[in-house]
Write a new protein. Sequence first.
Length: 133
Amino acid sequence: MDLLAAGTGEDARRAVEAAAAAFPAWSQTPPAERQRIFLAAADILERRADEVVGLLARETGCVTYGFGMFQMGFVPGLLRQAAALAYSPIGQILPSDLPGTMAMGLRRPVGVVGAIFPWNAALILSARGIAAP
């Protein structure tokens, strides 16, 4: 069995710095490109399902084949749902306290999200931490 190194605080700091450096360009990425990336990730996971399930079992030491396949069935769908969000509306009309007026709220990317995922459902929990933001 291969051993994988655990990440350190320094690794986390470097990852956040790299993400912050990439953020300005990523936040301006057109919806079609963001959608393409999520769809490609779902396709790759499906193509490599057996390999990924094996890696999940090695990583956690307790994931059964059945639970690994459950995660593999769930995560591509989650990534495809995230891909669809690339074209969701970015604004909402909000109530206003000024008579005869409306306000609008716009969703905009605000920055890097850092997350730590438990090991017990690593694929599902990491995918949620990626897809939701």
